[in-house]
Design a protein around this ligand. Structure first.
Ligand code: X2X
Length: 342
């Protein structure tokens, strides 16, 4: 009888708790949701994650409490395993680059087709248009809930050896590239010597001289202070750009009430819009503040003439054609059409 009354008391307490908790499912909420990013929170990318987290916390009155994990630490820095970890629930949420997720969702390689996107309006034409919609469908089909597009940015080339203004200058340069084989193909076509490694490994490799150079957006190159690891030459060639995807693990998403899902989605869209503005600050001809700051730090900045640009486009054309088929010709045709009409 003691056991029975104890059990009865526990059930009563449980029922009382349920009654006070209110919204359906809210009792299943975790005390903390783990949000993965590759870089630190001082980068525009990380700021997007922080803004999203803050907005969600405020707008849910703390029901959804997000903690940002930089350095892809939830997968020991191996950014090519991030998407799988989100799908499996090792990671609850992420602001991630399509470059890192393209091993699992092949169509995400589309943003790394060399010289496809000439300007920011071209990136917007894809992410905010039909291509973005189709890619979200594929991410969703792969088991992860996509909510908004942010931006890492146009990726520029840096190296410690010499000025690069033509493909001939790339000969023999040992370059760190990210996880998709498309990058290996691009830099091989240009005569360089690309080697794949994680961002965590890239920085010591640059410092020790194990590699000569790398490619990343200007704001990221600045925030990571790559000039302090010998990266004294930068080529502004806008050859590819990576947007960022704001996503949630599917089981986590389904554990939230309808109302909270709407809050998280709206917060992702608001944070992403603000994050894109941060990512584009200081890196355009109209607003060259970061470029000037970098020059002040002793970095030689090379801009391409139209003829030099054309040489790079021609040298990477076979790679573009090959990967257009891998990504899906219909999707790439749609992208080309939307960029032309932007
Ligand atoms: O590893 C990189 O170069 C980075 C930080 O840009 C990505 O995660 C794609």
């Amino acid at each position: 009888t003691t056991l029975r009354s104890l059990l009865g008391a526990t059930l009563c307490a449980g029922a009382a708790l349920l009654a006070t908790v209110g919204p359906a499912h809210a009792q299943n909420y975790k005390s903390e949701y783990k949000l993965s990013i590759v870089v630190g929170t001082q980068f525009p990318w990380g700021q997007g994650a922080e803004i999203w987290s803050r907005l969600v916390k405020e707008r849910t009155d703390g029901r959804i409490n997000i903690k940002v994990y930089p350095g892809t630490s939830l997968v020991q820095g191996d950014q090519t395993r991030e998407f799988t970890a989100i799908r499996q629930g090792v990671i609850d949420m992420a602001v991630g680059s399509p470059i890192n997720w393209s091993p699992q969702v092949r169509a995400l390689n589309i943003f790394a087709l060399p010289f496809m996107m000439p300007d920011h309006a071209a990136i917007d034409a894809l992410t905010q248009g039909e291509v973005g919609k189709q890619l979200f469908g594929l991410v969703d089909k792969a088991g992860v809930v996509p909510l908004a597009w942010g931006e890492n940015g146009f990726r520029q080339l840096t190296n410690s050896r010499h000025k690069v203004s033509t493909p001939a200058d790339m000969k023999g340069l040992k370059l760190r590239v990210v996880g998709s084989p498309l990058f290996i193909d691009i830099f091989t076509a240009l005569g360089a010597n690309p080697t794949q490694m994680s961002w965590a490994d890239a920085q010591p490799a640059l410092a020790s001289g194990a590699v000569d150079g790398q490619e990343n957006p200007l704001a990221l190159i600045m925030a990571a202070k790559l000039h302090t690891v010998g990266q004294k030459h930068m080529t502004l060639w806008n050859y590819v750009a990576d947007p960022l995807l704001f996503v949630v693990n599917r089981d986590v998403w389904q554990s939230w009430t309808e109302k909270d899902r709407e809050i998280v989605r709206q917060a992702a869209q608001d944070a992403a819009r603000e994050q894109i503005q941060i990512a584009r600050k200081g890196v355009t001809p109209q607003d060259p503040a970061l470029l000037q700051e970098m020059r002040g730090l002793g970095v030689e900045i090379t801009e391409l003439t139209p003829e030099q640009h054309a040489q790079f486009v021609a040298a990477t054309k076979p790679v573009y054609d090959k990967w257009k088929k891998t990504i899906g010709e219909a999707l790439v045709n749609q992208a080309e059409k939307d960029i032309a009409a932007r």
